[in-house]
Design a protein around this ligand. Structure first.
Ligand SMILES: Cc1ncc(COP(=O)(O)O)c(C=O)c1O
Length: 361
């Protein structure tokens, strides 16, 4: 088909974790537990549900295009001016907007192998060249990334904590790195899992290092349990934000999404309950894997990545788990074909996973 550009023909689309409905249709297991997409197992915050319900009667109207209330609340919470804040259709929506706004066709993006696949897909869909350096001990190798900056590099994508490894780079590593990045190269700091590790003293909360060429991305999808409504946000220099706002689809995010984000960020007890549940789940997984002698990567997020000998083992284990109703995430598409990622669930979901994982091992 001549009208489809070559880079779109070549594009391998983002494949989300297996859907519960698909598994139900395929294997008809008695029970299904999905621990594949780093979602909050408690559901959305009840306050967010209430706010979404209340917003429905206004759905004949277009949303506030500047998401004023939500951006004001975020500005207040993080002590910046509203002009430094953007809200979007998930943090991935803002990433897509960044690529559309700032990248020219002959410019390049730079990141690590073994990181969030969404960024790779966005870069490829834009037809730009994406260069990747290997992970080092499953962590972003910021020295190697800095060494690979060239005159065409326009955007550097860093995920901290990284998905799917759960590892972080430290304050010291980041401070050294930023000195090596030219001012006309934009650093995307993807902090989708920020809430799980912001209290760690070696974690570089990028909001504390306000630099003109850094954009921080965060989301309500993970800790706040709102993956389905699509709401994320970002912080950057006001010149970056005002240009992003020009290119943004005018009415994103939707009315219920804006309402949900605003209500969820005020529901601190909900977040605390989940963070506690997550820590218990992570410890439960560590104990399980230690007992089974399975290798895994220590995490700073709401998931653990397990390392097997090879891809064949991963495929066998994944297939057997699916037949037993357990959905986890094999990581071939992320560049880690010998790994499986599992996120924490409710206590009984973690136990269901453990029981079946032991059996298939
Ligand atoms: C590192 C990372 N960034 C971004 C996203 C996408 O988040 P959102 O739902 O806000 O688009 C994910 C989702 O898995 C992620 O793991």
């Amino acid at each position: 088909m001549p009208l489809v550009p070559q880079h779109i023909k070549d594009l391998v689309p983002y494949k989300a974790g297996k859907a519960i409905e698909d598994l139900q249709r395929e294997f008809k297991p008695e029970r299904i537990v999905k621990l594949a997409s780093n979602e909050n197992p408690l559901g959305p915050s009840p306050k967010a549900i209430e706010a979404m319900h209340a917003s429905l009667s206004a759905l004949h109207r277009y949303p506030n295009p500047a998401a004023i209330e939500l951006r004001s609340a975020l500005a207040k919470r993080f002590d910046v001016k509203i002009d430094h804040v953007i809200a979007g259709h998930g943090s991935e929506g803002i990433m897509s907007l960044i690529m559309r706004t700032f990248m020219l066709d002959d410019e390049e993006a730079l990141t690590s192998e073994g990181t969030f696949i969404g960024f790779k897909v966005l870069a490829q869909s834009r037809g730009i060249k994406l260069r990747m350096v290997p992970l080092k001990d499953y962590r972003f190798d910021l020295t190697a990334i800095a060494d690979n900056i060239n005159e065409k590099t326009k955007i550097i994508y860093l995920a901290n904590p990284n998905n799917p490894t759960g590892t972080i780079f430290t304050v010291r590593e980041f401070l050294e790195f930023k000195e090596k990045v030219p001012e006309d190269v934009l650093i995307i700091m993807d902090e989708a899992y920020f809430e799980f590790c912001y209290e760690n003293p070696v974690y570089p909360d990028s909001m504390k290092y306000r630099l003109d060429n850094v954009i921080t991305l965060r989301t309500f999808s993970k800790a706040y349990g709102l993956a389905g409504i699509r709401i994320g946000y970002g912080f950057a220099h006001e010149q970056l934000i005002c240009n992003l706002m020009k290119v943004k689809l005018p009415f994103e995010p939707s009315i219920p999404a804006q309402a949900a984000g605003l209500a969820a960020m005020q529901d601190q007890p909900f977040i605390e309950e989940y963070l506690k549940l997550n820590l218990e789940g992570i410890q439960y997984f560590y104990d399980l894997f230690d007992k089974l002698g399975v290798q895994y990567i220590k995490t700073h997020a709401n998931f653990v990545t397990i390392v097997f000998e090879n891809e064949t083992t991963v495929n066998t284990i994944n297939d057997k788990l699916l037949r037993k109703g357990v959905i986890v995430r094999p990581l071939k598409a992320f560049g880690l074909p010998n790994c499986i990622r599992v996120n924490t669930g409710l206590k009984e979901e973690n136990e269901f996973f453990a029981k079946n994982f032991k059996m298939v091992l």
